[in-house]
Design a protein around this ligand. Structure first.
Ligand code: NAP
Ligand code: G4F
Length: 367
């Protein structure tokens, strides 16, 4: 049986990858960190399965990683753990470097310390943020890197240390240079999920306005569920290589917002420029027509922002046989908005039920 160890198993990608590998018959092990609230929303439905195992460890704790790799004896490691928020990396640059850069080295050394370098393949979650202040469009495996945030600089170390161990020790370790991939499980402070949740809340009268940063930023957005297949495919190749994983289609944050609000039944028209740009409702529920629903706030501007990401997935298509356009941009937006419309509606029902229950308890109707 193949044994996979996933770092970052509680994250968006870790949860989809777990489902993917379990369906392939893998024994799946994952690293979790102690937290004051032990609710692991994205993987709760997998806990208790016989082939699914969770272990406490931390990317900043070499000893925990060495012991765990020795105990699990993985045939494949998927290193997805990271402080993955670009804006947060400006506030916590040292923590980001420790986990996202040195953490990769710790995994590689844990494999070597346990003498597994000939039997254990390693996937590293690399990123299109490496291209940063882009030197060409679209970006491929040969495009020069120009990292443009503490996060990207840390990830660049991860990329190079993987390449170094491949060349120095003949290890099967590869980087997937993944462009942005989103889903209904995306963290709520990344721009797509922030928009789909706000569109759902505004449509259901639970929020008045959405504040965003750079609306003109361009991204190549794919569906996370499609991307985890590539992580696996990269490790099934005969020789270790790095791959760009992207859709080859680009949209702005403004366009994402337009489509998300449209899917929630609200048509927006954008007027003005820069900090003064606004998204006004021109069609939709009568109480919203004419209202400004989207505004720009400097709070969401970054000291340096990556503004033109577009990937060239030719190598992944040709070598891995992967279809970069399985889920279109429009389908991705629709999946996320449908999910968030239901989530917001369910939260409303739950809150009404809680209020009613409190009232019934007080009146002695229920005990
Ligand atoms: P995510 O949802 O933010 O998940 C990050 C995971 O890393 C979580 O499980 C988190 O655990 C874990 N983690 C953070 N610090 C840790 C530490 N010190 N020790 C152990 N675990 C730690 O990220 P994602 O979107 O799934 O992305 C997965 C990976 O791909 C990341 O490395 C990210 O940088 C990279 N990437 C993502 C994208 C994208 O568009 N999603 C694109 C390119 C590359 P907690 O739940 O305990 O916080
Ligand atoms: O959704 P974002 O925060 O994602 P970003 O910075 O592209 O990073 C994500 O993708 C990377 C792959 O390229 C991953 F490596 C990384 O781990 C992460 O998953 O921001 C996207 C764009 C940025 O240009 C940002 O300035 O949207 C712009 N933006 C505009 N308003 C905003 C907002 N971003 C956020 N988070 N919040 C806003 O209100």
């Amino acid at each position: 049986m193949n044994t996979a160890l996933i770092t970052g198993i509680t994250g968006q990608d870790g949860s989809y990858l777990s489902e993917f590998l379990l369906a392939k018959g893998y024994d799946v092990h994952g690293i979790i960190r102690r937290s004051s609230v032990d609710y692991r929303e994205r993987i709760a439905h997998l806990e208790g399965r016989p082939n699914f195992h969770l272990h406490y460890a931390d990317m900043s704790d070499s000893m925990s990683l060495v012991k765990l790799v020795g105990k699990v004896q993985p045939t494949e490691i998927y290193n997805l753990a990271a402080q993955s928020h670009v804006q947060v990396s400006f506030d916590s640059p040292e923590f980001t470097a420790d986990v996202d850069a040195v953490g990769v080295l710790r995994i590689l050394e844990a494999v070597r310390t346990n003498h597994l370098e000939k039997t254990c393949k390693i996937y590293q979650a690399s990123t299109s943020e490496l291209y940063g202040k882009v030197e060409e469009v679209p970006q491929s495996e040969t495009t020069p890197f120009h990292p443009y945030s503490p996060y990207a600089v840390a990830k660049l170390y991860g990329y190079w240390i993987i390449k170094e161990y491949r060349e120095a020790y003949n290890m099967f370790c590869c980087s997937g240079i993944l462009f942005n991939h989103e889903s209904e499980r995306r963290g709520e402070t990344f721009v797509t999920r922030k928009i789909t949740l706000a569109a759902a809340r505004i449509a259901q009268g639970k929020q008045e306005k959405l504040y965003l940063g750079n609306l003109s930023s361009l991204r190549d957005w794919g569906y996370a569920k499609d991307y985890v297949e590539c992580m696996w495919l990269i490790l099934q190749q005969d020789k270790p290589e790095d791959f760009v994983i992207a859709t080859g289609v680009q949209h702005s944050v403004r366009e994402f917002a337009y489509h998300a609000f449209k899917a929630a039944g609200i048509e927006l028209k954008f007027e003005g420029e820069g900090i003064n740009e606004k998204g006004i409702c021109v069609n939709g529920p009568a109480n919203l027509v004419g209202k400004t629903l989207v505004e720009v706030s400097e709070d969401f501007y970054r000291p340096t922002d990556v503004v033109n990401l577009l990937g060239d997935p030719t190598k992944a298509r040709q070598t891995l046989g992967w279809n970069p356009n399985k889920t279109t941009f429009e389908q991705l937006v629709a999946i996320m908005v449908k999910h968030d419309m239901e989530k917001v509606a369910a939260e409303h029902v739950a809150s009404v039920m809680r209020t009613n229950l409190a009232e019934y308890l007080e009146k002695g109707v229920v005990k």
